[in-house]
Design a protein around this ligand. Structure first.
Ligand code: GLN
Length: 561
């Protein structure tokens, strides 16, 4: 079968959940045995969201090949188990960068470079590139932003052209919002009609409409939208608010969205044995999981989306353990030695979040100390792991002023013990990083090998089969004691102190073999006290919850008994 293209656009308002709809479509097509990829186009000028403040853009998600991307890629991976790469995330900035590089090289042979055709051609090339690498049956392209935004216009023009070039091999799906006006006691379809008109004015006729709504819409409303918008009645579906985003694929399937797409694209309505069986199994477990396990999330961004993948990883792992994760956000800036007990005492376990910069780190250090000295299962991720290392240096090794070079970059005199005022950077830059001045894309990014130390808690965690579906070991499939995990950081455990840590009871149980970098620390005497320099949350999916999150949540449950 020739590759088929699905373009997903959104209208009326932002935040309708285009990412979840795109991921759900991917899931449904996979369930019919098709090979699918999903890509996101973001209309902003940044080259990637790596330099964006999480308050602006939520979490930055990292692909295996080290691209810093939008959190929607996290949804794609969690729903479909597809491993995304830099091809799956493209911004306006990257499109312009590519075009300008070609212009400088002289590739355009003296032509005037314009938005149409040069920018639009580059967008089309990116859409088609995915299919030419690997043979995909379907390429789903989600266009960020809302119809009518000035910055998304070149993307709209590109998909308009592609739809015409590809004919039956492409389909336009438009997601809109149908508000309910309580005063009038009615649903209003006018915003949807306007949104479709706006699309039509750009030369794009939607083939399928998905109406986001907070309450169930009667058939009459769907028919009205169909006739006003020139869309077949079977091609208008509704996406009601669901208790869980993971119910969206089955809700779409019940309304025949996958059939509508396949029919429009002239693709066989094949059925795959298995289909959504494991997915339904997961939904069943989710419904049954009522008893709560309380987990404290210590971070500085008081915003749901800032730690999206960690929250999802905890919830998914809890479901497979028969529990509902009740996640309590604890702002690290507000933690003091006086109030830490009150904030953490009721938690079955604590997660110390990743992050950058000074703000809130002392609170994280107080929290890890509390977790360590009260033997509460504690999971430090990236900056969280670094905080565990610093706290241990200060309170166990006796380096009262231990810190990370990130927090005080100027080199200081040699370390001395007890009462010394000299700075000790137990977290430091590697020599070869010291000359880097650029911010974007210069960290240690993407998947790296990590050799696990046999007999450690992490080793046990990775080796344990956790759910009925076979588990991938980190990024690799059954890769023995070498795992692969994704990174996003600049600073590293300072090997100068490794022996002291080991002797005092904090073990280095995961090592990058190529660079001899410490990737995991644990204190074996504790119930569960583990820090990872990498981000396991990026590779936890609905059908394959990550072994470390599974092991952590199990320890939390045991701790709350
Ligand atoms: N700021 C730390 C570093 O760069 C940790 C980064 C993170 O938590 N992602 O090393």
């Amino acid at each position: 079968m020739e590759t088929k293209y699905i373009f997903v656009t959104g209208g009326v308002v932002s935040s309708l959940g285009k990412g979840i709809i795109s991921a759900s479509i991917g899931k449904l097509l996979q369930a019919r045995g098709y090979k699918v990829t999903i890509q996101k186009f973001d209309p902003y000028i940044n080259i990637d969201p790596g330099t964006l403040n999480p308050y602006e853009h939520g979490e930055c998600y990292v692909t295996v090949d080290g691209m810093e991307t939008d959190l929607d890629l996290g949804h794609y991976e969690r729903f479909t188990d597809i491993k995304t790469t830099r091809n799956n995330s493209v911004t306006t900035g990257r499109i312009y960068q590519a075009v300008i590089e070609k212009e400088r090289r002289g590739d355009y042979l003296g032509k005037t470079i314009q938005v149409v055709p040069h920018i639009t051609d580059e967008i089309k090339r990116c859409i088609k590139e995915n299919a030419s690498h690997d043979h995909f049956d379907f390429v789903i392209s989600e266009i960020g932003g809302t119809i009518g935004d000035i910055e998304s216009a070149p993307f709209m023009e590109a998909i308009r052209q592609l739809r015409w070039e590809m004919g039956r091999n492409a389909v336009n799906i438009h997601l809109t919002y149908v508000p309910y006006l309580r005063a009038a006691g009615e649903f209003k379809t006018k915003p949807t009609q306007h949104s479709v008109k706006e699309l039509q004015s750009m030369g794009i006729q939607p083939d399928i409409l998905i109406l986001r709504t907070e309450h169930h819409l009667e058939d009459a409303i769907l028919h009205k939208v169909a006739s006003f918008c020139n869309v077949e009645p079977e091609c208008v579906v509704q996406s009601e608010d669901m208790a869980s985003i993971y119910e969206v694929p089955v809700n779409m399937q019940h309304q025949g969205l996958d059939i509508a797409i396949l029919r429009k694209l002239g693709a066989p309505l094949q059925l795959e044995s298995g289909g959504l069986v494991s997915w339904y199994h997961f939904l069943h477990l989710q419904q049954e999981a009522k008893e709560e396990v309380h987990i404290g999330l210590v971070g500085k961004y008081d915003l749901q989306d800032a730690y999206k993948s960690i929250r999802e990883s905890l919830s998914l792992a809890a479901i497979y353990c028969g529990r509902k994760a009740k996640i309590h956000f604890i702002n690290s800036e507000e933690i003091t030695a006086q109030n830490v007990a009150e904030k953490l005492d009721k938690m079955a376990g604590i997660v110390i979040c990743p992050g950058f910069g000074q703000r809130g780190i002392e609170g994280k250090i107080i929290a890890v100390e509390y977790g360590r000295t009260h033997d509460i299962p504690t999971f430090g991720i990236c900056l969280g792991m670094q905080m565990m290392v610093i706290e241990f240096a200060r309170n166990v090794l006796g380096y009262k002023d231990a810190n990370s070079a990130e927090m005080r970059p100027t080199p200081q005199p040699l370390p001395e013990k007890e009462g010394s005022n000299h700075w000790v950077n137990v977290i430091d830059l590697m020599e070869e990083q010291k000359s880097i001045t650029q911010m974007g894309g210069t960290m240690r990014l993407g998947a790296y090998d990590c050799q696990l130390v046999e007999g450690s808690k992490v080793y046990e965690a990775y080796m344990q089969p956790t759910v009925s579906t076979p588990l991938p070991i980190g990024e690799g499939q059954g890769g023995g004691s070498v795992i692969k995990e994704r990174h996003r950081h600049r600073y590293e455990f300072n090997n100068k102190y490794r022996e002291e840590y080991e002797a005092a009871g904090m073990k280095c149980v995961g090592i990058n073999p190529a660079a001899d970098l410490v990737e995991i620390v644990e204190i074996p005497e504790k119930k569960w006290y583990i820090g990872t320099q990498f981000h396991p949350e990026y590779s936890s999916t609905v059908l394959h919850p990550h072994p470390l999150f599974m092991s952590f949540v199990r320890a939390c449950i045991d701790n709350s008994k």
